[in-house]
Structures are given as structure tokens and as C-alpha cells.
Design a protein. Structure first.
Length: 231
């Protein structure tokens, strides 16, 4: 073995190439942050095209890391979903805030529903997260709850103005917008904006002057939560 002189002048074993190979330096924090960011970016894109059931192995390949590295940063699919899709949920909440500031309540409602439909049309992951529930204490569910409260106010404001029919709830409207976007999914490649025409037809049907009695009852929040639980 090659010997070197230690700081105190005594002889000691040298650090060899083999030793370094067997005991590589620990990854720097910057490398770990870079890997986390790459995984989140890849997940955002893959969830956007394939939905929440997208392959985690494929996401790891897209990010250029091993599946072990992915799980090291995000131990569960839910953790990765929260990291990748939270911004979209926050964006929808900001849209509701803007709708509440609109001078005309109906215009605010229409602008918000159009913004939500546009988010859903361009991002399958966001579409899925609108109709699936994660654990109540997860960042996305907290943001969804806050956004839903603002949405409820947007709907109530339009109803109180007399412009929105009185017998529909925010649950009805949310599911209707989701159904419009999903119904046009199959023709998105040839007509990416087809949802706009269908949404406009839906919005006309929500006007108070167009109202006819509706059959049945709106789903209550607990029924919706039970139907939307992810996993």
C-alpha cells in the first residue's frame, strides 16, 4: 500500500483511486435540489398528458434519474402529485379571486369558468385533480378547499344578482364544466378549442331567464367527496 505523510509527520495509508470509488462523496445538496426539480418538472408534464395514473417509471426516465431517486424525493404518488400540481390549483384560486373583484357578477362567473375550463383542457392532471380528492391535510386539498370557498362566493354573487338561475349549486356547475372538457377530449387533436363552444352553450343554460325546473337534487359535499377520493 502507498503511504503518505500525515499532518503530524507520521506515515499513514494513502487515499487511493479504489478507496474513492468504494466511498464516493455524498451528493451535494445542490445536486439533490436539481434532481427534485427535474422530477417535479417531468411529473408535471407527464401528468398533464396522461393524468394522475401516469407511470412513475416513465417520469423518472423523463427526468433522467433512477426510480430509486424519484422515491427518495417523493415516497408516494400523492407526494409527487402535490409537488407537481399545486401551482395549477393555486392558479384556479387566483382566478376565483379575480372573479370576485369583477364589477359584473355574471361576467366574473363566466370569466372564472372559462379559465378553469382552459386549465383543464391543457392539463389532464389538473382535470383529474378537480374530481379526485387527496388526504384532507395535503397542500393540494387545502388549496382546493380555499379555492372552492371563493368559487362558492362567485356563484352566490351571480345568483344574488338575479343573473344565475337559483336552483343550481357550485357542485352542479363544477361537474358540468368538467364534463364539457372531458366530452371534447377525443377531438382535441383536430379541434383543440371545441370546448369553448360547448361551454358557451352550457353558460347560456345557466342564465336565470333560460331556467326550467330541474329533476332530482344536487349532490351534497359528502357525496362528492366520497365519489372523488383518489386511490
Amino acid at each position: 500500500m502507498v503511504e503518505t505523510v500525515a499532518n503530524d509527520g507520521s506515515a499513514g495509508p494513502a487515499t487511493t483511486v479504489d478507496t474513492v470509488a468504494q466511498n464516493p462523496p455524498r451528493p451535494r445538496r445542490r445536486d439533490a435540489r436539481d434532481n427534485r426539480d427535474k422530477i417535479a418538472t417531468a411529473a408535471r408534464a407527464r401528468f398533464g398528458t396522461a393524468g394522475l395514473d401516469a407511470s412513475l417509471n416513465q417520469i423518472a426516465r423523463d427526468a433522467g434519474v433512477s426510480i430509486g431517486t424519484l422515491y427518495n424525493h417523493f415516497p408516494t404518488r400523492e407526494a409527487l402529485i402535490n409537488e407537481a400540481l399545486l401551482e395549477g390549483v393555486l392558479e384556479s384560486g387566483r382566478s376565483a379571486e379575480a372573479a370576485l373583484r369583477a364589477t359584473d357578477p355574471w361576467t366574473g362567473l363566466v370569466d372564472h369558468l372559462t379559465a378553469i375550463a382552459q386549465l383543464q383542457a391543457r392539463d389532464r392532471g389538473f382535470t383529474d385533480i378537480c374530481v379526485y380528492s387527496l388526504p384532507a391535510d395535503s397542500p393540494i386539498e387545502i388549496a382546493k378547499h380555499q379555492g372552492h370557498e371563493k368559487f362558492r362566493q362567485v356563484v352566490e354573487r351571480a345568483r344574488q344578482s338575479g343573473q344565475l338561475r337559483s336552483d343550481v349549486t357550485e357542485t352542479d356547475i363544477g361537474l358540468l364544466v368538467w364534463s364539457v372538457v372531458r366530452a371534447t377530449d377525443g377531438i382535441r387533436d383536430i379541434a383543440p378549442d371545441a370546448w369553448r363552444r360547448h361551454l358557451a352553450t352550457l353558460l347560456d343554460g345557466l342564465r336565470a331567464e333560460a331556467a326550467h325546473p330541474l329533476p332530482g337534487h344536487s349532490l351534497d359535499p359528502e357525496q362528492v367527496r366520497a365519489a372523488m377520493t383518489f386511490g
